[in-house]
Design a protein. Structure first.
Ligand SMILES: Nc1ncnc2c1ncn2[C@@H]1O[C@H](COP(=O)(O)OP(=O)(O)O)[C@@H](O)[C@H]1O
Ligand SMILES: [Mg+2]
Length: 370
């Protein structure tokens, strides 16, 4: 029944349900790749009474030993080995439900996840495809009525401050600002020289209006069981070098020709003016509604909107993640919004585990797994 790695047609829900049927429901293990928000996920799983398994690379093992939250550690050469038959088999033996995070999209091939990963995953894995495509995301956000930054299809269309996003860039590394097609080609050359990108990638660079304002990244959780979108936290990113530039006087900035980049280094918790919550809550509801149309049954569990809020308090959304985001790590333990909703001790990793526990309890695990 469980097919091996060579098989490659799209995994159907019934395959996963068959695997789940053979699981011992009293001995479910929550697993993920050792990276991104794994500690958050493991801590939450343990607090809800689950066992945990971490699939990690040898060089990162120390992290998952020092913070003793993984009951079992499976060492792999690289993250792609998650798809190896023996690793998948071990995970199924442990009755594992995988919780996907950003490293799944960043380091694994999307088709492989969709076609070859015969381990139940929390959430709707079909939405991962929407998430890795900037144009699909844009359509989704627009259909939900959210404001999105303008897109320039070609460098010649640039008519103001724009951000250039190289396709291969991970975590904002190698993005840069331009204000004309000349400055685009000039800076692109410089970025290639610095090794941030390759000439081939230049062709597919995504050019977008740069919205001047402040970053706000609300983190939501859509519960299928409660039929509600919960706001559980908010953060802003701490990005190198853009967040360091303000510490250097303008004169020196010009002399050493700093081009800001957006390499994510960490996250900072924030709260917003209370009046903004209305719109932020509605945006979450609308995004979920559209997700139910484009990839039924839509978003299951965590998602995050990446926004810039202007001085008119207009909210522009430039990205969506339909899974747990690393920004939710600022809420480990609790966050102001999780506290308002749940009181002590709720955060994204735990909320996921709670939903899985509820699914086991009400016999509806199949509704939140794919
Ligand atoms: N349209 C935009 N306007 C202003 N800032 C932006 C815009 N798009 C991206 N950024 C900045 O660049 C960072 C990385 O961009 P993002 O599209 O989120 O890339 P990634 O796919 O690497 O997460 C963001 O966190 C934000 O600081
Ligand atoms: Mg982003």
């Amino acid at each position: 029944m469980v097919r091996g790695r060579k098989q490659s047609s799209m995994i159907e829900k019934e395959h996963i349900c068959n695997i789940m049927e053979n699981y011992e429901k009293g001995k479910i293990t929550i697993g993920t790749l050792g990276s991104h928000s794994a500690l958050n996920i493991f801590k939450g799983a343990k607090e809800e009474g689950f066992r945990t398994v971490c699939v990690c690379k040898k060089e990162n093992e120390m992290i998952y030993r020092r913070f003793p939250l993984a009951d079992e550690i499976v060492i792999v050469k690289d993250f792609e080995c998650l798809l190896d038959d023996n690793v998948q088999k071990r995970l199924r033996q442990l009755n594992t439900i995988l919780v996907p995070h950003g490293s799944f999209n960043a380091y694994l091939d999307m088709d492989e996840i969709l076609n070859k990963l015969y381990v139940p995953m929390f959430g709707n894995r079909k939405l991962l495809r929407w998430e890795i495509d900037r144009e699909l995301q844009r359509k989704w956000l627009q259909r939900a009525g959210l404001k999105v930054p303008k897109r320039f299809k070609d460098a010649s269309e640039i008519d103001g401050l724009a951000i250039a996003k190289f396709p291969g860039a991970k975590g904002g590394k190698g993005y840069f600002l331009v204000n004309s097609s000349e400055s685009f080609y000039d800076k692109a050359e410089y970025m290639i020289k610095r090794g941030h990108s390759t000439p081939e990638e230049l062709e597919n660079t995504y050019l977008q209006e740069y919205v001047v304002g402040v970053n706000v990244y609300p983190q939501y959780f859509h519960s299928i069981f409660k039929n509600e979108v919960e706001l559980l936290g908010m953060d802003k990113r701490y990005e190198s070098t853009v967040d360091g530039i303000g510490r250097i006087p303008a004169l020196e900035q010009l002399q050493i020709r700093i081009i800001p980049t957006y390499t994510i280094v960490g996250n900072i918790p924030i709260t917003v003016r209370e009046r903004l919550l209305q719109q932020i809550l509605k945006m979450g509801d609308n995004v979920v509604k559209v997700s139910q149309e484009i990839a039924p049954p839509g978003i299951i569990g965590p998602f995050c909107l990446e926004t810039v809020i202007t001085d008119n308090l207009e909210i522009f959304t430039f990205e969506i993640s339909a899974r747990i985001v690393a920004g939710s790590n600022v809420g480990i333990g609790t966050s102001p919004y999780a506290y308002l909703k749940y009181g002590e001790g709720m955060y994204m990793g735990r909320r996921i585990a709670r939903e899985i526990k509820n699914g086991i309890g009400n016999g509806e695990l199949d509704k939140i797994i794919l």
